[in-house]
Design a protein around this ligand. Structure first.
Ligand SMILES: *[C@@H]1O[C@H](CO)[C@@H](O)[C@H](O)[C@H]1NC(C)=O
Ligand SMILES: *[C@@H]1O[C@H](CO)[C@@H](O)[C@H](O)[C@H]1NC(C)=O
Ligand SMILES: *[C@@H]1O[C@H](CO)[C@@H](O)[C@H](O)[C@H]1NC(C)=O
Ligand SMILES: *[C@@H]1O[C@H](CO)[C@@H](O)[C@H](O)[C@H]1NC(C)=O
Length: 294
């Protein structure tokens, strides 16, 4: 059994819960649960970062919207499992407002609501690295159509059922360079190529985290569970190279290796959205290669 001596980065997702140190749930400040919103309108959504006592890096965020009467099972899934419409996908970089010192770090998003009518759910799923636990977060809303005024508030309780088995064949992002078994100079700057073979179903890449773990100090298991050094966290936008038609869509990252020697694991965790027949589902995947830092 190896001991953790430094603060590691732990992947946070509802599917990979170990013993949580603290609960970290990004939350909606605006709109509020039970609000009535006008279909097709442009609104500001204000999302508050979770309060935490350990270092956490927010990486990516999806804000989704589901008009409940358009889904066979209504709003019974968590937003992680199913979101009918995606209002926002991208980075999440909450900040404190110096003019409102008592207010927690937050970020405002301007989004356009879909058309429709009736009970609706706005949900968020975020991808963060740190110590703790992560949950997707839904709120209930009522969507009134643009042509009429609706005054009653919708306050039905939420029921979560893991009813919708996901059938997404999301292709995993994987290391193209360096290769498994590579020797790399400790402390050097290297190019890491992350490949995404063309998936059989449409897929939206959002964010990626790339890290290194020294295997003599820590047990090298899945990068979803643990990464000792974080080399990159941020957007992921793999592209095909028209000059190299046989090469899969990829993105190159120039990263600086830690100045340590020995067997190591280079790992990535990838956050994206798979397209279902009725909406979108969140997908978290990982890949790793074994290397030696010399
Ligand atoms: C995700 O965001 C990108 C960039 O803003 C946008 O082009 C894309 O359509 C969005 N994807 C979905 C599924 O909404
Ligand atoms: C976000 O919007 C709220 C009102 O909903 C406002 O009080 C706050 O100052 C805004 N924050 C920023 C950073 O613009
Ligand atoms: C992680 O993301 C944050 C926010 O974008 C950025 O400030 C930080 O430098 C990133 N860290 C790495 C190692 O990429
Ligand atoms: C990424 O790097 C690889 C070599 O590691 C190179 O073959 C490829 O052309 C690069 N792609 C881009 C878009 O620069």
């Amino acid at each position: 059994m190896k001991l953790s001596l430094t603060t590691p980065f732990v992947f946070l997702a509802a599917m990979s819960l170990t013993t949580p140190a603290l609960a970290q749930i990004a939350d909606f400040l605006v709109p509020a649960n039970g609000d009535t919103l006008k279909a097709g309108s442009v609104i500001t959504v204000e999302i508050e970062a979770p309060l935490f006592s350990a270092p956490v890096r927010e990486v990516g965020l999806v804000i989704g919207f589901t008009v409940c009467n358009r889904l066979p099972l209504g709003c019974t899934s968590s937003p992680e499992e199913l979101m009918e419409t995606v209002l926002y996908n991208g980075t999440f970089n909450p900040q404190r407002d110096p003019l409102q010192p008592t207010k927690q770090a937050h970020q405002n998003f301007t989004v356009t609501l879909p058309d429709g009518q009736g009970a609706a759910q706005m949900g968020l799923v975020h991808f963060a690295l740190g110590e703790g636990e992560e949950h997707p977060r839904p709120i209930c809303l009522y969507l009134y159509p643009t042509s009429s005024i609706y005054t009653m508030k919708f306050t039905a309780p939420l029921v979560f059922l893991a009813a919708m088995a996901t059938s997404v064949f999301a292709q995993n992002a994987e290391f193209g360079v360096p290769a498994n078994g590579a020797n790399l100079a400790a402390g050097s700057s290297i190019t890491v190529e992350v490949d995404v073979p063309t998936p059989p179903t449409p897929f939206q890449d959002i964010a990626i985290a790339i890290g290194v773990t020294m295997c003599e100090q820590f047990t090298c298991t899945s990068p979803e569970e643990f990464m000792q050094f974080l080399l990159y966290n941020g957007t992921f936008n793999p592209q095909r190279d028209p000059q190299e038609r046989t090469k899969p869509a990829h993105q190159n990252f120039t990263l600086t290796l830690p100045n340590q020697k020995g067997p190591a694991q280079l790992g990535l965790v990838h956050f994206g959205l798979g397209f279902e027949a009725v909406g979108f589902t969140s997908v978290f995947r990982s890949d790793s290669v074994d290397v030696t830092l010399t």
